[in-house]
Ligand binder design. Structure first.
Ligand code: SAM
Length: 232
């Protein structure tokens, strides 16, 4: 269970209504049972349910069972697509260890309103499900051009586009360190966006192979290949 509260020896943790609903209503846990809790800072703890009510509850930390792990320093920048596929992208990015997830609005992005709070809640669920003990931040949607204007040039960009150098060749020549993976919308990038990215020294254009992948497939492929080459 993801909680905001500090976790530590003899620490008790109050649960809010949503957490109580999930733990006692959905997962059917009750007083005296032991669950796993994490907050993204203090590792994973075994914690006993000492109070289980419909709209609230309390946990008591028992022991730490895993130290805090940090995500490898790779961000996902992606152009949001249809709601369900965007949810899929967020879920898979969490499972594949993205440290930050940033929806970017490109020229050909064609998505409904992007709700950061919904996507962040989705990231929490994915982190709970996959047993990691950190939850990546989901940023507010930002225009790609604005993001690139303020880009910190110590962070390299794996710019996924068709018909370019193979991703394995590019990654094998480059050091670990802060990275971001950029995935375009269904309509791809505009020529201006390509030109802009090609002028950016830290952006490395790569192909994910000869087939045109859907944006959600491309996200999974790029994160997997990055993790294999430079992750842990
Ligand atoms: N531009 C294409 C078009 O309109 O025919 C399709 C874009 S594709 C559906 C969505 C995004 O996935 C692309 O912008 C790119 O970031 C990524 N992508 C898909 N296939 C790729 C490939 N073979 N190599 C690199 N990136 C790819």
């Amino acid at each position: 269970l993801f909680v905001e509260h500090p976790l530590g020896p003899a620490q008790t943790v109050p649960l809010n209504q949503a957490q109580a609903h999930y733990l006692f209503g959905v997962m059917r846990r009750s007083e005296g049972e032991v669950i796993e809790a994490f907050n993204g800072r203090d590792g994973t703890w075994r914690a006993e349910v000492i109070e289980a009510r419909k709209k609230a509850g309390v946990l008591a930390c028992v022991e730490q069972i895993a130290p805090q792990r940090d995500a490898p320093d790779v961000w996902l920048l992606f152009a949001p697509i249809k709601k369900q596929r965007t949810d899929f992208i967020v879920e898979k990015a969490v499972e594949l260890g993205a440290a930050r997830i940033c929806p970017v609005v490109t020229e050909f992005t064609n998505a409904e309103r992007i709700r950061q709070d919904r996507l962040q809640a989705h990231a929490v669920e994915a982190a709970e499900q996959c047993g990691g003990n950190y939850v990546p931040d989901v940023a507010d949607a930002v225009k790609l051009s604005d993001l690139l204007d303020g880009w910190d040039e110590t962070r390299r960009i794996l710019f996924c586009d068709e018909g370019l150098a193979g991703v394995a060749d590019v990654l094998s020549d480059l050091p670990p360190g802060p990275w971001a993976i950029l995935i375009g919308p269904e309509g791809g990038f505009s020529e201006q966006e390509r030109a802009r990215l090609q002028r950016l020294e830290v952006a490395h254009p790569v192909s994910l192979g000869p087939r045109i992948l859907r944006a959600d497939t491309a996200t999974v492929a790029a994160l997997t290949l990055w993790q294999q080459a430079l992750g842990d």
